[in-house]
Design a protein. Structure first.
Length: 262
């Protein structure tokens, strides 16, 4: 971008500090090399983002809402571009996995990404472990990107470019992390424990018992039990009813026979 146009944008944003302007110009120069893959951002919006980053670093007061309006981008895209440029320029020495996941919408991959970093660090020689900072954007971004890939999560395309490293370096690191991610994901089902089928098995057992009772002719419901009881009561009453009927007939015959005998 033309230096004069750059200074005009700074003036509109109320940036008068020579130190802030000089730092912003340095960020702009670096962004032309490191932030070529930043999609959605125009030359003007990149310049404004560089100015905001410089103002923030120098603790210079700035109307951020006006900066967003001046950039021509909506707030969401502007904030995403600002965070990406911040990572690419190496202005964040330790971007946490959670913050990175929130930014790129892949929170479910944080746990696996953290485990990938732990296993990767443990696999290195002791001398390298002492000098290695796994909180740097290159490692956190590569671990999160690898976790998403292993978990088959669709991640934002800008995630890979936010590491601030060259594509070849980033890809090589991801290849090294891939085996750890696959090991973690393949062991995930056993970590969750066996499926909860107890309730289903109990239900099946109950149904089996009921079917067995029905096959044996035993009553299995209150209604069937009441019907069975009525049948049993009727069966018990039959002998008494037969006796009463026999007695009645004998008496009738005796009464009919009495007049003839006299």
């Amino acid at each position: 971008m033309d230096k004069e146009l750059f200074r005009k944008l700074a003036s509109k944003m109320g940036i008068s500090s020579v130190r802030v302007l000089s730092q912003a110009e340095e960020y702009m120069r670096l962004s032309q090399v490191r932030c070529t893959s930043l999609g959605g951002a125009t030359a003007t919006s990149k310049a404004i983002i560089c100015l905001e980053l410089a103002a923030t670093a120098m603790k210079f007061p700035l109307d951020k809402e006006f900066a967003i309006k001046l950039s021509g981008l909506n707030k969401k895209i502007y904030q995403s571009s600002l965070k990406s440029m911040e990572c690419m320029l190496g202005l964040q020495s330790g971007v946490g996995l959670r913050e990175l996941a929130v930014q790129y919408g892949c929170m479910e991959a944080v746990k696996v990404a953290s485990q990938i970093l732990q296993r990767y660090g443990a696999s290195l020689p002791a001398a390298q472990q002492q000098d290695l900072d796994l909180s740097k954007p290159l490692f956190t971004t590569a671990a999160l990107f690898t976790a998403c890939k292993c978990m088959k999560i669709r991640a934002d395309k800008k995630l890979a470019s936010s590491s601030g490293a060259k594509k070849g370096i980033f890809d090589r690191l991801c290849s090294q992390l891939q085996k750890f991610g696959q090991e973690i994901c393949s062991s995930a089902p056993s970590m969750k424990g066996p499926p909860k089928t107890t309730q289903k098995r109990q239900k099946t057992l109950t149904e089996t018992l009921q079917e067995t009772e029905e096959d044996d002719g035993l009553p299995t419901s209150p209604k069937q039990q009441r019907e069975q009881q009525l049948r049993d009561d009727e069966a018990e009453e039959d002998p008494r009813q037969n006796y009463e009927e026999w007695k009645r007939k004998i008496l009738e015959n005796a009464m009919r026979a009495t007049p003839g005998d006299s």
